[in-house]
Each structure stands twice: as structure tokens, then as C-alpha cells.
Unconditional design. Structure first.
Length: 184
């Protein structure tokens, strides 16, 4: 809302609600709080509906919120990256040299360069979603899960945090006994 007020000077609550695709009562409550805090001001109190704009204090507050948000996101990302790196080092210490990633989403995108930097050989990428089969992810092509044994990895790394139990249940029965199944 602060960004929208900064972008569009002299905007009404109704216009804000439409632009932000939210209810007018929510906008009204937030505008009232911002007015009390001095972050927003009424442009002309003699004209209805009122038009609002961001004050200098409101811009500074918005910047502080953005900085806090980015610090939080990057801190979380750094924590996830460190967690994945520790897990990859653990499996590497256990003798794993080649891996197949199971899951071609965001977690895989983060895991791939970490694995390469540690010297792990990423020999394949598989996903349950048949619509992804044959698509390229960097230098890899997404294949079906039944291709894991043909790729002859030392381990299968489940590169998702949400569906690991489900994936484990799907591939355990058909996996060669010498292949380690790893959750991040």
C-alpha cells in the first residue's frame, strides 16, 4: 500500500482497494493507522472522497520495511543454503560421488550449484510431473523417476521440502539397494 501511495499521488481509498485487489474496509483501517502515524496525509480535506499521499516519514517507513523484509528473506535463504550445503557434505563424506536430483523446482535450482561446487557429479534430474519431462534445466534434461536406476547414481537427493515423504514412498521399492536416498 505504501508503494502504491508513493507511485500514485492523490489516490482515493476506493482506488487503492481496486489497485491492490483487497477490501475497502482493510484499506480504510490501514489508511487510518498511517494517518495517525504521520505516514500518509489527506491532500484536500474539503473534497470528498479524500485523496491521500505518502509523506516523507511514510517513504522512510516504507524503506525501513523493505530493508527489514530483504534482510529477513536473505537471512532465510542463507540458512537454507547452509542447511543444503551441510547435508551435501554429509553424504559426500559417506562416499557419495554422483547424485540424481528428484524434483526440478526452486530447491533444485539452489542445490545444483552447491553440489557442483562441492565436486558432486549430478548425473540426472527427475520429476513426477510428466509435463516437465524432456524440458531443460540448465545443462540437464528432466526425466521420469523410473530412469533413476539407468543413471546409476550413488544417491538420489530429494530436492523439495514439501513432498519428501511422498517421494520416498514412491521410489523406495524400485531403487537399487546400493543407492542412498537423501532428504535435504
Amino acid at each position: 500500500m505504501l508503494e502504491e501511495l508513493d507511485r500514485c499521488a492523490n489516490v482515493s481509498q476506493r482506488s487503492l482497494a481496486e489497485r491492490l485487489d483487497t477490501g475497502a474496509s482493510r484499506i480504510n483501517r490501514q489508511v487510518r493507522e498511517f494517518l495517525e502515524a504521520g505516514y500518509v496525509e489527506v491532500v484536500d480535506a474539503g473534497v470528498k472522497p479524500f485523496a491521500y499521499r505518502l509523506t516523507r516519514e511514510g517513504r522512510e517507513y516504507g524503506q525501513r520495511l523493505s530493508h527489514q523484509h530483504y534482510r529477513s528473506v536473505f537471512g532465510d535463504l542463507r540458512g537454507v543454503r547452509d542447511r543444503i550445503t551441510r547435508r551435501l557434505r554429509d553424504i559426500q563424506g559417506g562416499g557419495v560421488r554422483s547424485v540424481v536430483f528428484y524434483g526440478s523446482g526452486d530447491v533444485m535450482e539452489l542445490t545444483y550449484p552447491l553440489a557442483k561446487s562441492l565436486g558432486l557429479d549430478v548425473v540426472g534430474l527427475v520429476d513426477d510431473d510428466a509435463s516437465k519431462h524432456g524440458s531443460a534445466k540448465g545443462s540437464m534434461v528432466v526425466g521420469p523417476p523410473n530412469s533413476i536406476n539407468e543413471l546409476e547414481p550413488d544417491a538420489v537427493v530429494i530436492t523439495t521440502f514439501r513432498h519428501a515423504d511422498e517421494i520416498r514412498g514412491k521410489i523406495d521399492p524400485g531403487l537399487r539397494p546400493s543407492v542412498t536416498l537423501v532428504e535435504l
